[in-house]
Design a protein around this ligand. Sequence first.
Ligand SMILES: NC(=O)c1ccc[n+]([C@@H]2O[C@H](COP(=O)([O-])OP(=O)(O)OC[C@H]3O[C@@H](n4cnc5c(N)ncnc54)[C@H](OP(=O)(O)O)[C@@H]3O)[C@@H](O)[C@H]2O)c1
Length: 323
Amino acid sequence: MPENSYSPGALDRSATFYVAGHRGLVGSAIWRRLEDEGFSSLVGRTSSELDLKDRKAVFEFFAAEKPRYVALAAAKVGGILANNTYPVDFLSENLRIQTNVMDAALEHGVERLLFLGSSCIYPKLAPQPLKEEYLLTGHLEPTNDAYAIAKIAGILQVQAVRRQYGLPWISAMPTNLYGPGDNFSPTGSHVLPALIRRYEEARLSGAESVTNWGTGSPLREFLHVDDMAEACLYLLENYDCPEQVNVGVGTDVTIKELAQTVAEAVGYTGSIEWDTTKPDGTPRKLMDVSKLTALGWKASIGLDEGIRSTVEWFREHQDDFRK
Ligand SMILES: NC(=O)c1ccc[n+]([C@@H]2O[C@H](COP(=O)([O-])OP(=O)(O)OC[C@H]3O[C@@H](n4cnc5c(N)ncnc54)[C@H](OP(=O)(O)O)[C@@H]3O)[C@@H](O)[C@H]2O)c1
């Protein structure tokens, strides 16, 4: 175990555990994991039941429920297009959501809290693979800088609470996630769910070819959200340091390989074309996961297996997936 990372110990399975954002991709996976682990007092609210931007309502909720543990997986999340088009919303809403939750958690004595950052908040030109220490060492990617600044503020708030109040709150930094409950909307989704939907629709319509943006050469890393949820609980029970911890698989694939894997999982047999006049984005984004590995955790769901089960979930949820 790395220096300075003593284990805070097992969580009490009977204590009240609030999962903020429990219907989202990450929050719902954390919820399932906690249920599987025997947590008997889980609390969640949808955004229409409790708008976390409403400070007064958030404080009232904490006063009523008195959670002992919190996983903060509520956030305004989106792809490049949404981030670039609505930067004020991504900055302001995320700052308010996380500040309200953490302020209320502090006032009501929440013992352990996990905040989620994102690999996209590391500097645009940071060396690969991305190490935790690269945070705040360079300029951000301009298309999502507003989101990144809000997330960085969240990580600093966790560190400040630790410094000022000595509470063992922590932050995790997930890579690209996918799995059941993902966002499959054509304008708001990330690359993997977008490909699943595109190839499934192409298969159903009998399309002879599907064209993707760019050359397909950028490298990306993908972690199944059930692995992410397992890592979240693992960190809450085994990690207690100010620095955020990267959560990923430590290996990447080209977008071309990803598209091929998705097409096979879906059963799409037409051709896969690439519109090379469209931009590719960052050539590579890979997390260095050596810190997490040294702490004793690593991902177990392979990409092929994870994509196949996500396709199954998508087919079974045609009426209620996020469009
Ligand atoms: N997805 C990824 O690839 C990825 C990668 C790295 C980091 N992360 C981080 O993981 C966290 C969760 O992401 P996700 O992918 O699970 O997002 P998601 O699927 O969009 O879920 C976000 C959740 O936040 C809730 N929420 C949003 N605004 C709210 C508000 N004003 N009041 C109350 N709840 C609100 C939503 O609740 P309702 O459903 O009730 O509206 C939703 O369930 C985020 O911090 C994100 O930065 C995600």
